[in-house]
Each structure stands twice: as C-alpha cells, then as structure tokens.
Design a protein around this ligand. Sequence first.
Ligand SMILES: *Cc1c(COP(=O)(O)O)cnc(C)c1O
Length: 403
Amino acid sequence: MNNFTLAPVQTDQPSHLMPVFGRQQISFVRGRGSYLYTEDGTEYFDALTGIAVCGLGHSHPAITAAITEQAATLIHTSNIFEVPWQTAAAQKLAEAAGMEEVFFSNSGAESNEGAIKIARKFGHLQGVANPKIIVADHSFHGRTLATLSATGNKKVQEGFAPLVEGFIRVPFGDIEAIEEAAINHPDIVAILVEPIQGEGGVNTAPQGFSYLEEIRQICNQHNWLMMLDEVQTGNGRTGKYFAYQHTNIIPDVLTTAKGLGNGFPIGAVMTQGRGVGVLTAGNHGSTYSGTPLGSRVVYTVIETIQKENLVANAAEKGAYIVQQLTEKLNGLNVTVRGFGLMLGIELPKPCAELVDIARDEYQLIMNVTAGSVIRLLPALNITQEQADQLIERIEKLVKAYLA
Ligand SMILES: *Cc1c(COP(=O)(O)O)cnc(C)c1O
C-alpha cells in the first residue's frame, strides 16, 4: 500500500468552496490502476477515471516518475524562452494526431477557445466581418463564455446571457440542416462538432462516422474549417488515437485535453491544412502554455499509450464489453453503444440514481448522462479480468434496477 497524507480538513469549520458542484458524499485517498480507495481501505472499481481523464489508470509509474523527476528539476520557465519538453511533446502529439501545429492550453474549454479564435481569424483573413461557426444540439464544449455559448445545452447557458454570438445551431447528424445554414448564412467559416457526443449521452450520429466525411466534404466545398472537439474522444479513448481516425478524412482543427495529461491539467488545439498559419505572433497565448512539467507529462502519456499498445487494448476490450453486455442484457430493452472504452448503456427509463446504487452496493464508480444513459469510461489498460469484473457488476446493477 502507498503512503498517503490526509488533508488537514477542519471539520468544525464551514466549507469555503463555491458550491458549483453536486458532490457525492465520498472521497478517495489513493488510487492504483483501475481502482480507487477510501481512507478505510475499501476498494472501488473506477469506470469513470475522472471523466475520461486517467486513461493510464491511477498512479501509473511512468507518469509518477515523469512528474516527480521534472518537478525536482524544473517546473516552469516561460514562453519567452525555448521549452524543449514542449517542442518534444508537440512533435509526439502532432504525429499521433496527424496534425501540423500544436498550441498547448490548460483545459478542454481553453482548447476550444483556441479553435473558436482560429475560426474567427480565418474568417477575417478572408474579409468576413462577422464570421459564424456551426455547432450541434446536445454538444458540450466547456464552461467559458464562448464555449458555453457553443454548447448545445440550455442548462449550461442559463443565467449567463448575453451569450457570445456567432454560433449557428443544427441537429447533430443532420447534413441537410448544415446545407440549409450555408444558404442562409454566407458568413459561416467553420463547423465545430464532437465525433461522439460525450456529455450529450455517448451519441454517434445516426449515419455513424460517415457524418464526419459528409462534413469534410461540405467544408471543402465552402472553404470552411472543419473543427473537431476531441477533448473526450481523443488519446486512445475510442479505440483509435483520435476518433476521427475511424474515418479516412482529417479535420483542419483538432482540440483535446482530458486523457492528454492523465490528470495533469493540460490540453491542446492543433491545426493542419487550411488551419495552419492562421494564428501568428501575438494572437494567442497563456502563461502556463506547455510548461516543462506539463509537456513532459504529455510526452510520457503518449509514449506510454504507444509502448503499452493501449489504443488496441481499448478497441479490443471495448468491443468485448459491448458484446458481453448486449448478450447479458438481452430482452431488457437496453441499448449498449460506443467505441473503444467510451461506452453508453441506454436504459428504458431515467436512471440517475444508479450512480449511488453502483457505488454503495457494487463498489463501482460510473456516471449517468442525458438522464438514462450509464456512461463507462474505464482505464485504457483495463485487463481481461477487470473487464469481466466490470461486466458482472453492470449486469447485476442493471438487472436489479429493471427487475
Ligand atoms: C470535458 C469536455 C470539455 C471541457 O473540458 P474542460 O477541461 O472541463 O474545460 C469540452 N469538450 C468536450 C467534448 C468535453 O468532454
């Protein structure tokens, strides 16, 4: 067992945290691989991984070593200097992503902010005074003002008007709606979508990934930027390094975060094709962009995913889990879907309470999105035995709930 230091919480004092999160009344003091532990040593199977963040599981030795060695050497300098770990991380990420340029941000929302800025500047370079970006219903792009405005969820936007303008919303998967928007709005310059909607309920478009191919074609036709939000789907999660690699097309702008740092807060916005060269000196920045510490973590995460063959493992274990759960839950009016280890199990009725039941009765950490979809985002290095353990707990949980 690891040593750990308990936080010096003063239990006789009120919490001073801004109450923006709906928190479960449990805390974990350490983690190892696919498991989390409470102070009394109770073990929980983590099928959430901090919402698709800890793809390598908890306390992966390579990540721990990268963080501790770099923290003991040099954490931060500034982008007014060369940062060799940043250059190395960008090379490694660009290669895995099929992209040319990389800007490191500190979160998913910030990566999407970068993409939105690229789209607007791209428009202005072509003389479009009020550039517009097409976005989808049920999308999630973050909590900053521009990204919550792009998000297709009224609850995220409520109370924050005036929203950032310049977004045109279409139903996810609806190509005709995009073509109609193109006719009605000559000032569109880009489309921003998630290949699979995560927060929206693990949704693939009705036509599958050919939706992305159709978008690519429209973008080519109109000289728009094709921008994909792979904050959640990236970094091996769906059984390809990036989800767009399930297709033969390539986006012009690609954003990611979550699994990129395995828990270290870092994200990236990347470009290729007509996205290259849009942002130039003085256009963008961040004090913390690509610190030696964060960059070394990114480099090590990618190196580890590749060395341990985790993209293939995600594809294989994910397909196995889908097949097994489909079989075991047959006849219960349940749909099991997803790619790699980004899985959704849609139940025939609302099931938000399953989060508490799974945790308290089955020691299983998972979440429910879109009201009735169990979302599983286990670690990419899940073993066969662990996959079976997860399947067994989900089977019991769902059968008991629908009985
Ligand atoms: C989580 C998420 C974001 C926001 O990322 P943060 O790091 O929370 O800012 C954006 N887009 C998608 C698709 C996400 O899943």
